[in-house]
Design a protein around this ligand. Structure first.
Ligand code: PEP
Ligand code: MG
Length: 758
């Protein structure tokens, strides 16, 4: 049974659309259960009816035409009861409803099971037989199992806008305009789609013997050099938008094109007798295959970079320019099957309103750059017929990961007003830049920023940040193809420290593992979030840790505004070991002749174990900083990146709030300053509570800082304390979130906090 099930699920998952998938399901189930009929009815929320979507055994003409209301027939009964119904003489059942269109009168046995996904009823699956007999327990169990598996597939198809054929007659009316992908970079963009395609197609290249090996090598060298030139030019075009650190990505590209890497391998294959195009395709495909097999999403994404480079070289081999001069519309939404950073460089920055990529995820380099540049982006819009979008009006919703083609006037107005509102709010908030975050009754709480890229730093200063509470050092590590050297790190850190001096900059030591991977340092584990992460990795590699800390300390020479923070601390032993290494690094730097202060060192509170050892941890270090993102994930046992359990990731869960309160209380008792640097601190609702709990500082992304400041300046500390007391008595995350929402709306902050957020 398990085998049949696995095969059906496999076949269904590879079907191209929902109606194909359902056809496979009904055919295979009928075969496996040896029944005469198998049908699937899906619930259409618009007509509020169960529509026959696929059948084997009933008349095919009935598909899409026949439907039942929830109060009609055994199908309706299965749906409303949300449990299986198994009867041996259906026509005798009081709920039996005769559907003449299906030609079903002679069928006596009926087994129907609901199709439910995440508590939502999607439809009903039915098997029928002419003779009167009761389907047995194992048959019922099989159908229930099948339906549970199918529910996920249907929900997925529905989410990507595939269920449009309900009923087929209405197909023309309901033009597919919304496509769902993943949020790549936040914001809303309105404009005209410009579809950009790679200049050549590598997969279409055939192998053939080289007429002259020397000539082929020469042709290849020229194409390689032309591609290098092109990457340099495209990189230069982006250089006003990006800083040297982000521009390093283009160096990674150039390194890949290096004579020693791709170049050498292609040359070897030409020497073996293949012509240049064929040799190039072979090498690129080999690299791509290698990357695509990797489990790590970030590494898998690197296949894109290789294809982009290969395609560029091929275009030159075929005698055309890989980056022709396009005429981009004034408000370009750039669309491609697979966007690359180089393509981004082709559009003048003042014309670019949004990005859409059919392939890729928020880990793609192009998404990382889009976030740095503040361009709304949607990635992985798999179902969009992207080539047909060219020239169409498009809306990109980078918050939700949706795009809309040819929007209605109403939708356009709606998005235009979100866009206008965002711009206006931003302008209003800019006025707060030099004002302190001080409540109406005089309580002052410093607001710092979280940074990774230097563009973040620039934006942060513009928004009035008083320091950096979390500099994620892994970001510059991710932009390279090897560990950055001590000197390279020193330069990068110096830039951060100088930008903010004399304000403090809190640098977190390398926090890789979990969902953050380095191409050149892969960590493959079954449970990465419970595995080799953060301080665990760097304590096992003191050479990496020492080098990084030395670079940080040297970078603070003459500035002395550095603070060092340790991620993923679970036990005091880890702090002792890390402190020992920090002292050693400091001593080594002094020995080299620097005269630099020992930086303050702090611990991140991200693991539940640390919550219960605040006293012990806090007495060892200069400050504590709560990483509420990880703390929430570990307290609630909910993977912060898993969409299936996203509803359960509740920032306002009473247990999370109790832990946060306990940390603040204990830290105050022992006189150790405590702050929060997770997303909660940047959520105006969260910030009010954290301030009331007694945190000494909040650190957040630069975008949210003015909003948080505006709210904190508009309330009194006494009011926030009362609100905290009230919500600490509540038992449910939802109730807490809506209480906070309502209270802040009533206090006049509806415009700033926007719609419900938990
Ligand atoms: C956190 O866990 O809250 C945090 C700030 O660190 P990161 O999001 O980088 O894991
Ligand atoms: Mg963390």
């Amino acid at each position: 049974m398990l085998d049949i099930l696995r095969r059906i699920v496999q076949e269904v998952s590879s079907a191209t659309d929902i109606s194909d998938a359902l056809k496979v399901v009904v055919a295979r189930i009928r075969e496996a259960m040896r029944t005469e009929v198998c049908s699937v009815y899906l619930y259409d929320p618009e007509s509020q009816r169960y529509v026959l979507m696929a059948t084997e055994g009933l008349k095919q003409e009935a598909v899409g035409r026949v439907s039942l209301s929830p109060s009609q027939g055994l199908v309706g009964l299965v749906g409303s009861r949300e449990e299986p119904i198994n009867v041996d003489n259906a026509p005798e059942h009081p709920k039996f409803y005769f559907l003449s269109e299906t030609g079903e009168d002679p069928f006596l046995s009926f087994l129907g099971v609901p199709i439910i996904h995440h508590k939502r009823l999607m439809g009903v699956m039915v098997v029928q037989q002419r003779d009167s007999r009761q389907f047995d327990q194992s048959e019922e169990a099989f159908l229930v199992t099948m339906s549970a598996q199918l529910a996920g597939v249907i929900a997925h198809a529905e989410a990507t806008g595939n269920i449009l054929e309900i009923p087929p007659s209405a197909e023309k009316k309901k033009k597919r305009t919304r496509f769902a992908g993943a949020p790549g970079s936040p914001g809303v963009g309105l404009g005209q789609a410009f579809v950009i395609s790679p200049a050549a197609d590598l997969s279409g290249v055939v192998d053939k013997p080289a007429d002259s090996i020397e000539e082929e090598i020469e042709r290849f060298e020229e194409a390689l050099e032309a591609a290098r030139r092109e990457i340099r030019i495209l990189g230069k075009k982006l250089s006003s938008e990006l800083n040297p650190e982000e521009m390093a990505l283009f160096d990674v590209y150039l390194n890949m094109l290096d004579d020693q890497a791709l170049g050498a391998e292609v040359r070897a294959r030409i020497v073996d007798g293949n012509w240049a195009q064929g040799a190039l395709r072979q090498v690129v495909m080999q690299y791509v295959g290698h990357f695509q097999m990797m489990e790590d999403v970030y590494l898998r994404e690197r296949a894109t970079d290789i294809i982009d480079l290969g395609t560029r070289i091929l275009a030159h081999l075929q005698g055309h320019d890989a980056a022709p001069e396009y005429e981009f519309p004034q408000d370009t939404i750039l669309v491609s099957e697979e966007l690359t950073p180089a393509m981004l460089g082709e559009v003048p920055a003042d014309k670019l309103r949004g990005l859409v990529s059919v392939k890729g995820s928020s880990n793609s380099h192009v998404a990382i750059l889009a976030r740095a540049m503040g361009i709304p982006t949607v990635m992985g819009v798999v179902d969009v017929p992207y080539a047909q979008l060219h020239g169409l009006e498009l809306i990109v919703d980078g918050y939700r990961g949706h795009i809309y083609s040819s929007p209605t006037d109403e939708l356009r107005e709606q998005y235009q007003s979100i866009y206008d509102e965002e711009q206006a709010l931003q302008e209003d908030l800019e006025g707060l830049r030099n004002m302190p975050a001080e409540t109406t009754d005089g309580h002052r709480i410093p607001l710092w920023v979280n940074t990774g890229l230097i563009t973040d730093a620039v934006r942060s200063l513009e928004r009035g940040a008083e320091g950096v509470g979390l500099y994620r050092t892994e970001v510059p590590f991710m932009m390279k193809d090897r560990f950055p050297s001590e000197v390279e790190q020193q330069q990068i850190y110096r830039q951060q420290l100088e930008t903010f001096a004399p304000n403090p900059v809190t640098m977190r030591t390398l926090d890789v593992g979990g969902d953050k991977a380095l191409t050149y340092f892969p960590i493959n584990e079954a449970n990465p979030f419970l595995g080799w992460r953060g301080i665990r990795v760097t304590l096992d590699h003191p050479e990496i840790f020492l080098l990084q800390v030395r670079a940080m300390i040297k970078a603070s020479d003459g500035l002395n505004n550095l603070r060092i923070m340790l991620p993923m601390i679970t036990s005091v032993g880890e702090v002792d070991d890390a402190l020992h290494l920090v002292y050693r690094a400091h001593a080594e730097v002094l020995e080299e002749g620097y005269e630099v202060d020992m930086p303050q060192v702090g611990v991140m509170i991200e693991v539940p174990a640390a919550v219960y050892q605040i006293r012990e941890l806090g007495s060892r270090v200069d400050f504590l900083s709560v990483g509420s993102n990880d703390l929430t994930q570990y307290l609630l046992a909910v993977d912060r990146n898993n969409p299936r359990v996203a509803d359960l990731y509740q920032a306002f869960h009473p247990a999370v709030l109790s832990a946060l309160k306990m940390i603040a209380d204990t830290a105050r008792e022992i006189g150790c300053p405590a702050s929060v640097c997770g997303e909660l601190a940047g959520n105006p609702l969260g910030a009010v509570l954290l301030m009331a709990m007694g945190y000494d500082m909040l650190s957040m992304n630069a975008t949210n800082l003015p909003k948080v400041k505006s709210v904190l300046r508009g309330v009194s500390h006494a009011w926030a304390e009362e609100l905290l007391q009230e919500v600490m008595k509540l038992e449910s995350a939802q109730v807490i979130a809506s209480t906070l929402q309502l209270s802040l709306e009533q206090a006049g902050f509806a415009r700033i906090i926007g719609p419900v957020r938990t």
